[in-house]
Ligand binder design. Structure first.
Ligand code: ZN
Length: 151
């Protein structure tokens, strides 16, 4: 008889599954997503993974992430997969990837950056993948994911 632990999480009827999140990134991702307070969410942290040593997993019942929300998760865990479930079926599965450049989503950390004064969305160039880091195209400041302040 197998004594392997099993990780049974009930299947979603509809909603979003974020799988292969970087280990210990799920709680940060949830804080960034700011889902409605009554949303049913199942979270797995440090689960064994075939692809990586450990992974996180988030299942969100009855809510489909928008493009912008998915783009934010990609900045936290670019290797994650996003599945949209409807009537127990996966109707869409995408692998999140880091863009080369992107507008908005986060604030430039430099308090004297012109974007704050001009009230324009920031423009960032991705520089690193693990950890994710970016450079502001306006003031040239580089900063890593742990300093991202999401909009
Ligand atoms: Zn800047």
């Amino acid at each position: 008889m197998s004594r392997q632990p099993t990780y049974k999480v009930s299947a979603l009827t509809q909603g979003t599954v974020l799988d292969h999140l970087r280990a210990r990134s799920a709680l940060r991702a949830l804080r960034v997503l700011r889902l409605p307070p009554d949303t049913t969410i199942m979270v797995g942290v440090n689960l064994p993974s075939k692809r990586h040593e450990r992974k996180d997993l988030i299942k969100i019942e009855g809510y489909e992430l928008t493009q912008e929300e998915a783009a934010k998760v990609a900045l936290i865990s670019p290797d994650a997969t996003l599945s949209i479930i409807r009537e127990y079926d996966v109707v869409q599965k995408t692998e999140l990837t880091l863009p080369v450049t992107f507008r908005g989503l986060i604030r430039c950390v430099n308090p004297s950056c012109i974007v704050h004064e001009e009230r324009v969305p920031g423009l960032f160039r991705v520089e690193g993948n693990d950890p994710v880091s970016v450079r502001c195209e306006y003031c040239e400041t580089s900063f890593a994911e742990e300093f991202f302040e999401f909009l």
